[in-house]
Write a protein that binds this ligand. Sequence first.
Ligand SMILES: Cc1cc2nc3c(=O)[nH]c(=O)nc-3n(C[C@H](O)[C@H](O)[C@H](O)COP(=O)(O)OP(=O)(O)OC[C@H]3O[C@@H](n4cnc5c(N)ncnc54)[C@H](O)[C@@H]3O)c2cc1C
Length: 505
Amino acid sequence: MSEEFDVIVVGGGNAAFCAALSAQEQGARVVVLERAPEDEAGGNTRFTAGNIRFAYRGVEDLKAIMPDLTEAEIAITDFGTYTEDQFFDDMFRVTRNRTDPDLCEILVRRSFETMKWMHGKGVKFAPIWGQQAFKIDGKFKFWGGLTVCAWGGGPGLVQAETEAAKKRGIEIRYATRAQKILYDGFKVEGVQVKSPGRIYDIKAPSVILAAGGFQGDAEMRTRYLGAGWELAKVRGTRFNTGDGIKMALEIGASPFGNYSGCHAVQWDFNAPEYGDLAVGDAFQKHSYPWSVLINANGKRFLDEGADFRNYTYAKYGRVVLEQPGNFAWQVFDRKVEKQLRDEYRIKQVTKVKADTLEELAAKLEGVDAKGFLEEIRAYNAAVRQDIPFNPNIKDGRCTEGLAVNKSNWANTIDEGPFEAYQVGCGITFTFGGLRIDTEARVLDADQQPITGLYAAGELVGGIFYFNYPGGSGLINGSVFGKLAGVTAVADQKTNAGGLGAPIPA
Ligand SMILES: Cc1cc2nc3c(=O)[nH]c(=O)nc-3n(C[C@H](O)[C@H](O)[C@H](O)COP(=O)(O)OP(=O)(O)OC[C@H]3O[C@@H](n4cnc5c(N)ncnc54)[C@H](O)[C@@H]3O)c2cc1C
């Protein structure tokens, strides 16, 4: 095994593979270090549905990354557009204008070219008709700016990227955990790794960190996100425990972004401590805009219909965690039963069903039954039934006069059989991380680049605050991963900061 490379990539998810493929494309000898054993490799990326957000101007752009789209499919679909302006608007709105404007600019403006680049590397994409489009007058209409997923979802994406890397001679070392950055006080020289039975150094003038956030570490979650977060379930990999962030901070990197913030969703209350690859993301329960959410006191506590799911789901996990007992029940009646997403039909689900509300109340474990029945009565009376229900648009069918109103899609809960699903909080990834410049170089506390250190993906701070537009995690890793690979090699070619032997141009 060679212990010297041009570029070391720490991590084995989407950001890491984009970085590795990009550095290799520039002529570098690259090694990917994946902490997980091969059967659990792929990070959070592998747990995703592969949904990926990017700016596009219309179907012609989509054809560039999905050349297999047929004329018949195009004829029955209104793909609309998702312009850079729309992407910017979403980013600034959901982060309450806190997203770093320079990083956001890179994310948005390079999103489409990066998709084309990924496609060129062998990643296939497909439209997400099932999840993100509604059929209106015989035609599918996409909504929410999220139109495409990687073929085969997260597992398909990891597989395609792994194959692309291997085909290009990129070495992947599984069960190999980077535990320390080798740093002489001025420049990075490699990493120290631990693999079963062995601790050793791997030398390289460039290290790209793509090792994910700290959501998998209960202690860090509690320290940064706050009391109670040790109780959240982790939706994805157990291997993202903040290593990349910690290693970089140890050599003086600047922490940046929303350290007390994270992406967290409503997740089956009885889901295991970490994600289960066999179930993937199906513990999530994302049809809540058609439900009422009830806590242990039998009370509603948030606006289920504040916006399209894409723009609320990532912040509502926290709100559920804050409820007494850290749980809630999503309650549906027969009117919307057919609209529930596939994840409601999995076998590992915490669900009760009843013909009457009284019967249901008795079955809602941990809930004040009397309070629940009173709440539903008050809610039903407050629904503006004169406004038609339309799931395809923000229909304005709201409640009026309640302490917590529902802004859209308010249906009465009065037609049995009723179904209820118990949800807790599932954390997806953390928002705080390392500060990078617009070329993906990690900055130190003086905001100067740490020579030879780059970062991409979940462990970069400053991009997401409070909330997140669905599908942005993957594109974030792709855009900054690709960029980190380019910069790492360009810095070596120009010998910037006195990096080792230049890579031949
Ligand atoms: C259930 C679920 C569903 C999701 N759905 C979507 C979706 O549909 N669309 C979307 O855009 N986003 C989604 N996300 C978010 C998305 O997964 C992440 O934003 C994205 O995958 C992050 O990519 P990454 O490469 O930064 O991290 P990861 O893919 O998590 O990769 C991090 C890698 O680092 C490795 N690692 C950690 N520490 C070390 C170390 N010390 N040494 C070596 N390797 C190390 C890990 O093993 C892992 O391979 C979802 C997340 C989850 C959990």
